[in-house]
Design a protein around this ligand. Structure first.
Ligand code: UDP
Length: 235
């Protein structure tokens, strides 16, 4: 099931439902693509039709961002909790370790994906992370060949948004993995180089507030939340 906010589809599935669907996609050799949706991306897609098509092209648009939850509540929808990009990635890693699915990490600064790999191996014993590649390699063939050589089932792409989503759509036909997820700065967090907001803020849906205090120069970017809510209600 999907709900639409200002022309952008968002899945109503929970982590459990998504995990089950994604495993089925892998087992049935179906390709699927996960994109994290937040008010910033929806607002950007209002003027950028190419971005709108790209977001709607994804198989699963996950509601990352409290703004989408609020909009769904106010419009009588049924999305009640966030599915964040990084937590979805963690959940997929857990499933990969449990079910013997292979994972590849592509993106972030040189060294970061390797550090993230180590951390994931500690956290999910038995996980097969069959390869990594940093996000500054310019030769597309080198990247595609490196990924296909290790025949992964799941590919996490951490190039920032929407570059990573454009990259996935452009290359997924010639790539081996079944499940594709754009994960933004998640490798920086998983590797330990970047700190996520404390759990309390995450639980309250207030990560935006934590970031505002730590990186006050971002306040202008955050104005998008009230703008989005007003627009979504009027819709
Ligand atoms: N990045 C990359 N290649 C590039 C540009 C960026 O691998 O050409 C990486 C960067 O090192 C960082 C991530 O992409 O790890 C972007 O993180 P950000 O938090 O900005 O993602 P967003 O907020 O766009 O989801």
């Amino acid at each position: 099931m999907k709900e639409k906010f200002l022309g952008i589809d968002v899945c109503t599935d929970t982590y459990d439902q998504l995990a089950a669907k994604l495993l089925e996609d892998i087992n049935h050799n179906r390709k699927s693509f996960i994109v994290a949706i937040n008010p910033e991306k929806i607002m950007k897609a209002q003027e950028d039709m190419e971005l709108r098509d790209l977001l709607n092209k994804a198989t699963y648009q996950i509601p990352d961002g409290i703004g989408v939850i609020l909009a769904s509540m106010m419009k009588g929808g049924k999305i009640r909790s966030r599915v964040t990009g990084i937590d979805m990635m963690m959940r997929l890693c857990k499933e990969a370790a449990l079910h013997g699915k292979k994972v590849f990490l592509y993106g972030a600064k040189p060294g970061v994906a390797d550090e993230a790999k180590k951390k994931l191996e500690e956290r999910f014993p038995g996980i097969q992370i069959v390869g990594t590649m940093h996000g500054y390699e310019k030769n597309e063939n080198v990247i595609v060949n490196a990924i296909n050589a290790s025949n992964p089932d799941i590919l996490f792409v951490a190039l920032g948004s929407p570059a990573q989503e454009y990259w996935i759509v452009k290359h997924m036909d010639s790539l081996a993995p079944k499940v594709y997820q754009g994960v933004g700065g998640s490798f920086d967090v998983v590797s330990g180089r970047l700190k996520r907001a404390p759990l309390l803020f995450q639980k309250l849906g207030m990560e935006w507030f934590y970031r505002l205090v730590k990186e006050p120069w971002r306040w202008k970017r955050q104005l998008v939340l009230p703008k989005f809510l007003i627009k979504a209600i009027r819709e």
